[in-house]
Design a protein around this ligand. Structure first.
Ligand code: DX5
Ligand code: ZN
Length: 223
C-alpha cells in the first residue's frame, strides 16, 4: 500500500488514547465527523513503556466501525512478535520503535511485504542517526515529542531539531517518507512542528478536549 496522501500535505491524526476509553467507538466517530483521514492508535506493553493500553482485538473491533486510515504505533519490547496480529486486525500503517533489540530491518521488510505501510519511531533521548539507515525503507518517521507511555504530557520543543535533520535528509535523498510528531502537540506548537518539516501531527488531548473537533482540524490545516 502507498500512503493515500501527497508527502507534503499536512494531516492530523487524532490519538484515540485521549478519547473516553469506555466508548472508543464514539471517539472514532468524533474523529471521522471532524473530517480527518487518519486515526492514531497507541499500543503499549508495560515493558517498553510503563503503561499498558489495548491489543489487536480492540483494533479489529474499531476496524469494523471505521474506514479511517489506521496509524498503529507499537510501543512494544518485541514488535517483531506482534506486528502480524495488528495487520490482521486491520492496521494500514504500523510504526515500530528503533530502540528495542530485535531485527529492525527484517521487521520493516516483513511489514511491507504484507502490503501495508511501515514507520520507524524514535524517543526523545534517541539520536536521529539511529533511524538514518532505515529512511529508504519506510513510509513514515515518527519523532516522539514526549517520553512515550502517556497522553497529556508537555511537548518537548528540543525534539524538533531531529525533525529538521530528517527533513534535510529527505530532501537530499529525494525520499518521500512522511514526518510525524507525537506527544503534546496542540494548536500553540503545531505551527513550529510544520515549520520544522513535520507533516503528520498526532493530537490526543488537544483534539479530544477541544470544544469543536472540526474547527480544531480546520485550524491545523490552515497553519
Ligand atoms: C504517547 C503516545 C501519544 C499520545 C499523544 O506515548 O504515543 O500518541 O497518545 O497524546 P497527547 O497528544 O495527549 O500527548
Ligand atoms: Zn503515539
Amino acid at each position: 500500500m502507498t500512503l493515500p496522501l501527497h508527502k507534503d500535505s499536512i494531516l492530523l491524526a487524532p490519538s484515540i488514547l485521549a478519547a473516553d476509553q469506555s466508548a472508543l467507538g464514539d471517539g472514532v466517530s468524533l474523529a471521522k465527523a471532524a473530517g480527518v483521514n487518519w486515526l492514531h492508535l497507541d499500543i503499549m506493553d508495560g515493558h517498553f513503556v510503563p503503561n499498558i493500553t489495548f491489543g489487536p482485538d480492540v483494533v479489529k473491533t474499531l476496524r469494523k466501525k471505521s474506514d479511517l486510515f489506521f496509524d498503529v504505533h507499537l510501543m512494544l519490547k518485541n514488535p517483531d512478535k506482534h506486528y502480524e496480529s495488528f495487520i490482521n486486525a486491520g492496521a494500514d500503517l504500523i510504526t515500530i520503535h528503533v530502540e528495542p533489540n530485535y531485527p529492525i530491518r527484517e521487521t520493516i521488510k516483513a511489514i511491507k511485504e504484507k502490503g501495508i505501510c511501515v514507520g520507524i519511531a524514535l524517543n526523545p533521548e534517541t539520536d536521529v542517526d539511529t533511524v538514518l539507515p532505515f529512511l529508504e525503507l519506510v513510509d513514515l518517521v515518527l519523532v516522539m515529542t514526549v517520553h512515550p507511555g502517556f497522553g497529556g504530557q508537555e511537548f518537548m520543543a528540543s525534539c524538533l531539531d531531529k525533525v529538521r535533520i530528517l527533513k534535510e535528509k529527505q530532501v537530499e535523498a529525494a525520499l518521500s517518507f512522511r514526518i510525524e510528531v507525537d506527544g503534546g502537540v496542540n494548536l500553540e506548537n503545531a505551527g513550529s512542528c510544520i515549520n520544522a518539516g513535520a507533516n503528520t501531527l498526532v493530537c490526543g488531548t488537544s483534539f479530544y478536549q477541544s470544544s469543536d473537533a472540526s474547527a480544531f482540524h480546520e485550524e491545523i490545516l490552515s497553519l
